[in-house]
Design a protein. Structure first.
Length: 177
């Protein structure tokens, strides 16, 4: 067999979530479960990104304040140069719908404080010159809507999600200063 790189997977989440994960889905040979708060960058020390790393934050940043996401991204750019962060995002209207129940239970009134974006490339690129940002519609990330096999219902969902709610997949590559 030829040379290839084996990826190592780090699962990061709150300690109580990692405890359940360890019971139900223990880490494999090339995997490590790290109990942490993503906003406490102490977890950076547990990551070996010598050859670069790819970080996925799926469904995570909706629960963060805008300032927390910006601070985390900038801190990651400091430490993980040459690595990539991929996550999903949406505009304020979509985030408000997603967080409706949680916001009510937490008695939070200012949904605008939570992380929401409409134009990722423009908005996030302004945070730091080291960030190379790209994005595409959330639904378009999975299907070519011009393909005749795509259902009318999926096309409709795409117009709402990718269009009205600006749901998107965002990729940030951390460059050097």
């Amino acid at each position: 067999m030829g040379d290839y790189v084996k990826a190592f997977i780090y699962n990061l989440d709150f300690p109580n979530v990692i405890a359940v994960r360890n019971q139900l889905l223990p880490a494999g040979d090339r995997e490590q479960n790290i109990p942490c708060n993503l906003n406490d960058t102490a977890w950076f020390d547990a990551i070996d990104a010598t050859g670069g790393a790819v970080f996925f934050a799926s469904g995570v940043f909706y629960y963060f304040l805008k300032e927390q996401v910006q601070a985390l991204v900038q801190a990651m750019a400091d430490v993980f140069s040459g690595s990539v962060l991929v996550f999903d995002a949406a505009n304020e209207k979509a985030v408000k719908l997603m967080l409706k129940t949680w916001l009510k239970d937490a008695e939070i009134k200012d949904v605008g404080a939570y992380f929401a974006i409409s134009a990722a490339t423009r908005e996030i690129s302004a945070w730091d010159p080291r960030l190379q940002v790209s994005n595409r519609g959330y639904m378009l990330g999975y299907h070519d809507l011009k393909d005749p096999s795509v259902s009318h219902f999926f096309r409709f969902l795409s117009r709402i999600g990718d269009g009205m709610m600006k749901m998107q997949i965002v990729k940030i590559q951390f460059g050097k200063q």
